[in-house]
Ligand binder design. Structure first.
Ligand SMILES: C[S@@+](CC[C@H](N)C(=O)[O-])C[C@H]1O[C@@H](n2cnc3c(N)ncnc32)[C@H](O)[C@@H]1O
Length: 232
């Protein structure tokens, strides 16, 4: 199963096995979620929809090619590359990160994918987003908060920087522009950034913004929380 990716939660899989006669083997296969189906056992896994995937799907539905998109936490550049593909050759994408290695990784990913004509990353605290995006000019600002995967987890976004950044992002958006944010909580980063961002989103006036908070209701309370704000 391991060799065939059966233990990878991101990969869809279906394994079959003969029905065991022995009680001990039956208990073992049940532990690995094999269920009887006719004259054999089957173990099916469908990957969970991730918070980031949901964000990508929402943005794909709501954005048109040719826009100006900001990735306010570019990290290893996966989201920036996604935004570049969405923006297309007529679009423009700017990635921001406070860590130089994230900026390097993002620019390398864009170059390797031939997307460097559309997007680039610079080292900038997203609280200063207003310095690179004039009010009312952006079609989308994406935040995937937290830490840089593969780097020191102690360097992560915090409420002190994230709230001014969220306000700067709303100021930068055009009417009909979309802010997408994945909020995190947990042992390392605590809960304060998530709660502060939620309070910020909930305080936005309905006359100017549509706000969605998309909770994974049957996961742990620390499940990533995708949020969307559409500027009216
Ligand atoms: C979860 S990672 C982002 C993943 C990334 N979007 C990707 O596709 O690989 C979060 C990133 O936010 C960055 N970050 C944290 N605080 C920041 C800040 N104040 N301004 C800009 N980036 C920040 C971190 O350095 C880290 O690279």
């Amino acid at each position: 199963m391991r060799q065939l990716g059966g233990l990878d939660p991101k990969t869809e899989s279906c394994f079959t096995a003969p029905l065991p006669g022995d009680e001990g083997v039956r208990a073992l296969t049940a532990k690995f979620d094999f269920l009887p189906a006719g004259d054999h056992l089957v173990r099916r896994r469908v990957p969970d929809l991730s918070a980031v995937q949901l964000c990508h799907e929402f943005l794909t539905t709501h954005l048109n090619p040719g826009g100006f998109y900001l990735d306010a936490t570019c990290g290893n550049g996966h989201d920036t590359a996604f935004l570049c593909r969405l923006a297309g050759p007529e679009g423009r994408v700017l990635g921001l990160d406070i860590q130089p290695q994230a900026v390097e990784a993002t620019n390398a990913r864009l170059a390797a994918a031939g997307l460097d004509g559309i997007g680039r990353a610079i080292q900038l605290d997203h609280a200063r987003l207003g310095e690179v995006a004039a009010p009312g000019t952006a079609d989308c600002v994406l935040f995937n908060f937290g830490w840089l995967p593969g780097a020191d987890h102690q360097v992560h976004s915090t409420a002190a920087g994230s709230l001014p950044a969220l306000q700067a992002a709303l100021d930068a958006l055009k009417p009909r522009g979309v802010l997408a944010a994945v909020l995190y909580s947990g042992q390392v980063i605590g809960d304060s950034e998530k709660q502060a961002a939620l309070a910020f989103f909930r305080s936005l006036p309905l006359t100017r913004y549509t706000v969605l908070v998309c909770e994974f209701a049957n996961w742990a309370s620390t499940a990533p929380l995708p949020c969307f704000v559409v500027k009216k």
